[in-house]
Design a protein around this ligand. Structure first.
Ligand SMILES: Nc1nc2c(ncn2[C@@H]2O[C@H](COP(=O)(O)OP(=O)(O)OP(=O)(O)O)[C@@H](O)[C@H]2O)c(=O)[nH]1
Length: 365
């Protein structure tokens, strides 16, 4: 099914409906919304375009909807729409129904360093309108810029925002709407962690991936494993042991180190080849008897494992288990590809169906 929407400058934007299972171009849409200067563009630039947080100080205000296709991995395959803060998207000429209908997650960014009363009113309005159009949207609230707050202040702000936002919904009889809250900042890993959680909710294969990771770590003596989208450092799945922020940060740092070194020394002469391929592997031994082990899984996915030095002595076993894990991940991709192929064939078959005398089907070549 194909839709078209118009952006503020009037250009026609073709939009694919993400619930159309058999469409190869399907991308769940993530909307980034919030008041002006709340930090929407900065989040997008830092997470998906490797902009350093300090550079965001020079970002100009967004004055039209920016659509960014994030297609750097088959799993992380979606669009982000960055909405300029000053837009009144409830303007009757603005087709918000079209936008919300194809949306997987709506991220509402609240500047925690500012007075957030107006932001809460806007959140309520946005969420209630969006819910009317599409009951399937995941509503995610980023309580953002918390780097400027003390630990106590952070907790207090989160409690207050949670309370007021849910009270507003209850007063409007909309208790059914579930809001998820995250404390975020572009100056640390919290924004990557929050984005990981948002993206994971949009991955239908997540339970299968988690299962595979659980089997892999328990048979290999590994403490924790993350399946990363290496370009954005979003982890698309992890095992069921709770995530410790420090471990996650170490794994992110490892990806940075590996990519920086690969970019400097990994390219062939004249810049040929890729910095990340089947051969990509890295081992970092820390001085506290832990080991970080990174291996390529697919073109854009990498597995980063966190384990004790003594478990790493059985590297042969780990590598064998990894080989099976990698194969299973590739099969998950293949299932979808096969599904798409079968669907296409089925349609072709219906068109070219020739009944043979014994009742079997003949295919036109
Ligand atoms: N301290 C701090 N500042 C941030 C953070 N994120 C963004 N900022 C700053 O907030 C300011 C506004 O950021 P933008 O990303 O332009 O905000 P926006 O929501 O896209 O703004 P509009 O385009 O006007 O809607 C910039 O100066 C950023 O450097 C954060 O996590 N912490």
């Amino acid at each position: 099914m194909e839709y078209c929407s118009h952006n503020i400058s009037g250009d026609v934007i073709p939009v694919m409906h993400f619930s159309d299972d058999y469409c190869t171009d399907v991308k769940p849409r993530i909307l980034l919304m919030g008041l002006r200067r709340s930090g929407k563009s900065s989040i997008q630039k830092v997470v998906f375009h490797k902009m350093s947080p300090n550079e965001t100080l020079f970002l100009e205000s967004t004055n039209k909807i920016c659509r960014d296709d994030i297609a750097n991995s088959s799993f992380v395959n979606f669009q982000i729409w960055d909405f300029p803060g000053q837009i009144d998207f409830f303007d009757p000429t603005f087709d918000y129904e079209m936008i919300f209908r194809g949306t997987g997650a709506l991220i509402f960014v609240i500047d925690a360093q500012d007075d957030y009363v107006e932001a809460l009113a806007r959140l309520h309005l946005t969420v209630s309108r969006a819910f009317k159009v599409n009951k399937e949207i995941n509503f995610e609230v980023f309580i953002h810029k918390v780097d400027g707050l003390s630990d106590d202040h952070k907790i207090e702000t989160q409690r207050d925002v949670y309370q007021r936002a849910n009270d507003d919904l209850a007063d409007a009889g909309l208790e059914k709407i579930h809001l998820s809250f995250y404390l975020t900042s572009i100056y640390d890993h919290s924004i990557f962690e929050a984005f990981s959680k948002v993206v994971q909710k949009l991955i239908p294969q997540l339970p299968t991936l988690e299962n595979l990771l659980n089997i892999f770590i328990s048979n290999s003596g590994i403490e924790k494993a993350f399946l990363f989208d290496v370009v954005s450092k979003i982890y698309i799945a992890t095992d069921s042991i709770p995530v410790d922020m420090q471990t996650y940060e170490l794994c992110c740092d490892m990806i940075d180190v590996v990519f920086d070194i690969s970019c400097i020394y990994g390219l062939r002469e004249f810049g040929g080849g890729s910095t990340y391929d089947k051969e990509s592997v890295a081992i970092i031994k820390l001085n506290n008897t832990t080991v970080l082990y990174l291996k390529e899984v697919t073109k854009f996915l990498g597995l980063v494992c966190f384990l004790r030095e003594e478990s790493f002595e059985r590297k042969g076993l780990i590598d064998y288990n990894f080989h099976c894990f990698r194969k299973a991940i590739h099969e998950i991709f293949e299932v979808r590809t096969t599904m798409l192929r079968c669907h296409k064939q089925h349609r072709g078959l219906q068109r070219s169906k020739l009944g043979t005398p014994n009742g079997t089907l003949g295919l036109q070549s």
